[in-house]
Design a protein around this ligand. Structure first.
Ligand code: GDD
Length: 410
């Protein structure tokens, strides 16, 4: 088995700003690990999975160190395949098809790099193996009617789980069974992709195509036509799953990955309310109270009397004495002064629902007002002492002088 992880490129992830300005979204730490390391760990856990290909249009130099580190850590073949320009969710995969086919793996996983899950890969693969006709099996989950239209929606035959109809982000309601962006594919899918690619090229050179030559949407150009042919299946799961689109959804995913891995710091440095991840190089004062659902990165300093909950503190940030950080992301190298408050608004989804909160919240309300539920400090931001920052987004390298509420500080 192999796995392919799609990570897009610098042109994507705009909703993840300002965090993506310094760290490419696929490498943004969630529960102490880069976002796609969770995918890699899940693949490495499956003995049969021997090779991982990461496809994206980030410059190779940005991904090189990460790939080397991952190879060392997981002892798998891991390669980054650089897409010369964004070719879409299907175009990159098709472009690098020979790399996927090499060695004739029995199947490959296709994983969207911006989803978080407990990755039931074995279950998905076994299901796929049990369907001799299947070219693609999609992991699906149940959403509400309102949420569903932001995703790929599937209608399936209940007895066989064959997908009879697939619509990507439908204009109106189709089904509450949505595509989680996690798949198992047989190598024969490349034959179908070749036909889809030819149609795409013909339409492009006839002047009807969008994007660039080589561009192909996996969902619209491959999955939609496959529906109803008995070659596309859906496995519905109730496992935890969510997307990381906005910075707010990163805080949400952080909470769940911490819970899933029950990450603990090596020793209790201060009062900890689980779940918490503290990098071993962080210095945390013994009078600080950290948690629940907090990740603290490398080289971070947390001073006396600090209280942090439901937040991500990125590398080398400093939170000074008696400050409070909650429902927030503090960017790398940022500083929060003494007795300050950096706060978002708690938005607890129903913990009993297996389906995660969908973060499709628009950044602005209809009246143009900012609508974040978290506060985000970009890299190198300075919050002075005794200030309050509530539901605000601060772009990198700002030295604030006053308090802010519901603002974007450019
Ligand atoms: N290599 C590469 N090249 N990757 C890409 C490209 C590209 O041109 N475009 C997008 N990706 C990657 C993204 O980085 C992301 O990890 C994944 O492919 C999905 O792409 P999006 O374009 O962001 O799609 P989406 O998240 O709105 O919707 C997809 O995922 C949903 C589940 O999270 C669809 O597959 C939906 O059907 C699905 O419900």
């Amino acid at each position: 088995l192999k796995a392919v992880i799609l990570i897009g490129g610098p042109q994507k992830g705009t909703r993840f700003r300002p965090l993506s300005l310094d760290t490419p979204k696929p490498l943004f730490p969630i529960a102490g690990l880069p976002l796609i390391q969770h995918h890699i760990a899940a693949c490495a856990n499956l003995e049969e999975c021997k090779e991982i290909l990461i496809i994206g249009s980030y410059p190779t130099s940005i991904m090189a160190q990460f790939v080397t580190d991952m190879q060392k850590e997981y002892r798998l073949i891991i390669r980054y395949l650089h897409e010369f320009m964004p070719l879409g969710t299907g175009g990159g995969l098709y472009h690098f098809r020979d790399q996927v086919r090499a060695g004739n793996p029995s199947a490959f996983f296709l994983l969207n790099g911006d989803v978080c899950a407990d990755f039931p890969l074995k279950e998905l693969w076994k299901f796929h193996e049990g369907k001799p006709n299947a070219l693609v099996t999609i992991m699906g989950t149940e959403a509400t009617r309102q949420q569903s239209v932001y995703y790929g929606c599937m209608v399936r035959e209940m007895n066989t789980n064959a997908v009879t109809h697939y619509v990507e982000k439908p204009k109106s309601y189709v089904s509450t069974l949505i595509n989680c962006g996690l798949y198992v594919c047989s190598l024969l899918v490349f034959q179908i992709m070749a036909e889809a690619f030819q149609r795409k090229q013909d339409s492009f050179y006839n002047g009807n195509g969008q994007g660039s030559p080589g561009y192909m949407s996996w969902e619209q150009d491959v999955l939609s036509p496959l529906a109803g042919t008995n070659k596309l299946y859906a496995l519905q799961v109730t496992n935890w799953w969510s997307q990381v689109k906005t910075a707010g959804s990163a805080v949400y995913a952080n909470r769940h990955y911490l819970e899933l891995h029950q990450n603990k710091s090596s020793e209790a440095l201060c009062k900890i309310l689980p779940d918490v991840f503290i990098h071993p190089t962080a210095i945390v004062d013994s009078t600080a109270v950290i948690g629940p659902n907090v990740s603290i990165g490398a080289g971070v300093t947390i001073k006396a009397g600090v209280r942090i909950k439901e937040s991500i503190i990125l590398n080398n940030a400093t939170v000074h004495e008696h400050s409070l950080v909650m429902y927030s992301v503090v960017g790398q190298d940022s500083t929060v002064g003494e007795w300050s408050r950096v706060e978002g608004t708690p938005s607890d989804p129903d913990p009993n629902k297996p389906f995660a909160k969908m973060d499709n919240t628009p950044l602005f309300n209809n009246d143009g007002r900012l609508n974040p539920s978290v506060t985000i400090l970009g890299a190198g931001v300075t919050v002075p002492a005794e200030r309050i920052l509530l539901n605000s987004i601060v772009l990198p390298h700002k030295h604030l002088t006053r308090s802010y509420k519901n603002e974007i500080i450019l």
